[in-house]
Design a protein around this ligand. Structure first.
Ligand SMILES: NC(=O)NC(NC(N)=O)C(=O)[O-]
Length: 330
């Protein structure tokens, strides 16, 4: 099956601010575990007052017909390309079937009579494994609802897709390289220790594992990453944050941009970098950029990359409109 969607951003992740807003039953384990960014873990023969401790959402054994549900508010609303219903470590207690629905709400509350859209029909699950389901609906959703039949445990719910922010909620100038704004990594030379999209995650990096890190380069040349920005943008500031990279920060970096025509121009000509330091550079590039290339010399780690500027509002509005109109239709 097509599982290419697993490389996409997890829109539900707590790392983006996603959260569980409702679960009808959490007897054995809290549904909040569903959106944790870390892979699930298990410690055998570890019992609390309710039973064996699980790193997931686990409901009690049903004695009446029915199903159990959990509703997740996406950290970044967007278009869902596929989901992973991960039942890791649930063996004698995984749900044999699950389904997933989506909802797009204006504002912040889920109305009790909301009309949910089916994204994954009731489908069989395997225990102690990832269960991948592609989603073909290309509308924008703010919430998903996981239903398990009849009961049981799910370790994580990953909702892979592309973030589509509401332009009405974005200021005139913001970080257009942020994954929550819809920026994506389109290529990189090396990601041995850490994937480059981590540079584009919200907030400060928590530790060295929370950034882009290459292997030590043993030949000539330098490492690089390319990013498609949320929209064509007049860039005003570039942040290169090497926090936590103390013995392995790049010695220098440069940022170039293109408007898609194939011509590249300097946004930030090569500058020296210090270890474990958030650097900010005011810039005045000659043109708006829709894509950028970060070169680091020769290799190393970057905790965060921020590209602040004034995006093309019409571009953002059209992207939002294209994915939104129909998902709001009753
Ligand atoms: N040994 C178990 O895991 N039992 C049960 N679950 C927990 N959490 O104890 C159950 O009945 O599914």
């Amino acid at each position: 099956m097509d599982d290419a969607f697993t490389a996409r951003l997890d829109l539900a992740s707590r790392a983006l601010g996603g959260g569980v807003v409702h679960a009808n039953d959490e007897f054995f384990a809290a549904a909040d575990h569903l959106v944790l960014p870390e892979p699930p873990t298990f410690s055998p023969r570890t019992f609390d007052h309710k039973g064996q401790v699980y790193d997931g959402w686990e409901t009690r054994r049903r004695r009446t017909p029915g199903s159990d549900v959990a509703i997740v508010r996406l950290g970044a609303p967007g278009v869902i390309h596929g989901v992973d219903v991960d039942t890791s470590f649930f063996v004698g207690n995984f749900p044999p079937f699950a389904s997933l629905d989506g909802l797009a709400v204006d504002g912040h509350q889920v109305p009790p009579d909301a009309a949910w859209t089916a994204l994954v029909p009731k489908s069989p699950l395997n225990g102690d494994s990832r269960n991948l389901f592609a989603v073909s609906d290309r509308r924008r959703f703010t919430h998903v609802r996981l239903t398990i039949f009849p009961d049981g445990g799910v370790a994580r719910l990953r909702v892979h897709g592309e973030a589509i922010p509401d332009p009405a909620l974005l200021p005139a100038e913001f970080d257009v390289a942020a994954v929550t704004a819809g920026a994506t990594v389109t290529g990189c030379s090396n990601m041995f220790f850490g994937r480059p999209h981590q540079m584009l995650m919200p907030g400060l990096a928590r530790h060295m594992g929370d950034g882009w890190e290459t292997a030590r380069r043993r030949e000539d040349g330098n490492e690089w990453a390319e990013i498609e920005l949320a929209a064509p943008t007049e860039v005003t500031f570039v942040d290169l944050d090497t926090s936590h990279f103390k013995g392995n920060a790049p010695g220098a970096a440069a940022l170039r941009g293109t408007d898609g025509s194939g011509d590249w121009f300097d946004i930030l000509p090569r500058v020296p970098l210090s270890p474990d330091t958030p650097h900010r550079f005011p810039v005045r590039p000659e043109s708006p950029a829709s894509r950028v290339r970060l070169d680091i010399y020769p290799d190393g780690g970057m905790a965060r990359l921020r590209i602040i500027g004034r995006p093309d509002r019409a571009f953002l509005t059209e992207k939002f409109r294209r994915h939104t109109e129909e998902s709001r239709r009753p």
